[in-house]
Design a protein around this ligand. Structure first.
Ligand SMILES: Cc1ncc(COP(=O)(O)O)c(C=O)c1O
Length: 386
């Protein structure tokens, strides 16, 4: 069967069906060379010169991600932050950019600090409100609209198609941090986005054993070439071993994301009726303000990330996290093991995150076991506070 006729699940499982020409290996070798032989006539016909710019170890993961996102090309980076910051640094000082008030905190801090000092005019707005986006966008001056959906750690969903329309009408590009949705649940480029970004550390890899980032582009245009040049110049390039591990993880992406989404839905429903839980934040719940957009935009599930707000405030939230045993108290998300984290402790004073919020990254364990462990922890936390 032709690649174009295959479902993404099949493309991912076989990493596009690639087989090594020389050895017939179905799993790729790990290319570690930092440099490549120049032809006697001074050319580089292999199109490879030096591994800070490019590396054959990236080829398959980049081709697979481009196919899964329906993009023209993809590029791997040394981290999600290296990928995201390259999109902003490819702009010029003086450019106006819009980004969400609620987003991955480290990128928000970088935008408010370094990017602003460097000369970008950064405006943080409520991306859930199309009228606010329309009012903030400045035709000819706004060069980039950055959104994250679902947005960490409150999981509000932004309407990609509507935002793309507003961005396009004013001459701005739209970039989407789709780390949490993954191409399994949302394909931003199909909805009008220009660039999609992933912290590949999370679901794309899925095993909490590497730091990685990736971008996919709708078009191989001048802006994309500038981003690729920045990767080579700043050296935000991924290592060969990491690229190999990432491709291995991506083969099971669809199974993992569907399993995590199913369990997250069960956990969200269960704790939305729990006496010690003030609120469950999950776009899959019909009570969520994001549910209507999520149901329209996300296919096959609402993702593996949710948050709960503990009755009893910050102390109750921290005590609950202290009493889990199956859930692991750790930062990050998107791995096969479930993680719990009190986000306000991480994000500090400028964070919009409520102090009673616990972020849950649902892995692939049995959902009943995860529910029972969190039930026990909530009860133990309440007991400890009496
Ligand atoms: C939504 C989101 N975007 C970007 C990043 C940054 O990715 P990395 O840690 O791979 O640099 C993270 C990391 O937690 C994230 O959760």
């Amino acid at each position: 069967m032709e690649t174009k006729d295959l479902k993404p699940e099949s493309l991912a499982a076989q990493a596009m069906g690639w087989v090594d020409e020389t050895t017939r290996a179905v799993s790729p070798p790990i290319h570690t060379s930092s440099t490549y032989l120049r032809d006697p006539d001074n050319q580089y016909r292999s199109k490879r010169a030096y591994a800070r710019a490019d590396n054959p170890a990236f080829d398959q993961a980049e081709a697979l991600l481009a196919a899964l996102e329906n993009g023209a090309q993809a590029a791997l980076f040394s981290s999600g932050m290296a990928a995201a910051t390259s999109v902003f640094l490819a702009l010029a000082p003086g450019d106006h950019v819009l980004a969400p008030k609620v987003m991955y905190w480290s990128l928000r801090n970088w935008l408010a600090g370094f990017a602003t000092q460097w000369g970008l005019e950064v405006e943080l707005i409520d991306m859930g409100d199309a009228a606010a986006v329309q009012a903030a966008v400045r035709p000819g001056k706004t060069k980039l609209v950055w959104i994250e959906t679902p947005a960490n750690p409150m999981w509000s969903v932004t309407d990609i198609a509507a935002t793309a329309k507003i961005a396009k009408a004013s001459g701005a590009r739209l970039a989407v941090d789709s780390t949490v949705a993954t191409p399994v649940l949302t394909r931003p480029l199909d909805l009008g986005a220009d660039i999609v970004m992933h912290s590949a550390t999370k679901y794309l890899n899925g095993h909490s054993d590497l730091i990685a980032g990736a971008l996919a582009t709708r078009e191989d245009d001048a802006s994309w070439q500038r981003i690729k040049a920045l990767r080579a110049q700043l050296g935000g390039t991924m290592g060969s071993f990491e690229a190999w591990l990432l491709l291995r993880g991506m083969r099971t992406l669809y199974l993992r994301v569907h399993a995590a989404s199913r369990s997250a839905m069960r956990i969200a429903e269960h704790f939305s009726r729990h006496p010690q839980v003030a609120e469950v934040l999950y776009p899959g719940l019909p009570s969520s303000p994001s549910h209507a957009i999520a149901a329209k935009q996300m296919r096959g599930g609402f993702g593996g990330m949710l948050s709960i707000r503990a009755k009893g405030g910050e102390a109750a939230a921290i005590a609950t996290a202290a009493h889990v045993t199956l859930w692991k108290r750790a930062t990050s998300l998107g791995g096969v093991e479930s993680l719990i984290e009190h986000r306000a402790s991480v994000e500090g004073a400028n964070s919009p995150v409520p102090i009673d919020l616990l972020r849950l990254s649902v892995g692939i364990e049995d959902a009943g076991d995860l529910i029972a462990d969190l039930e026990r922890a909530l009860a133990a936390a309440q007991g400890a506070r009496k």
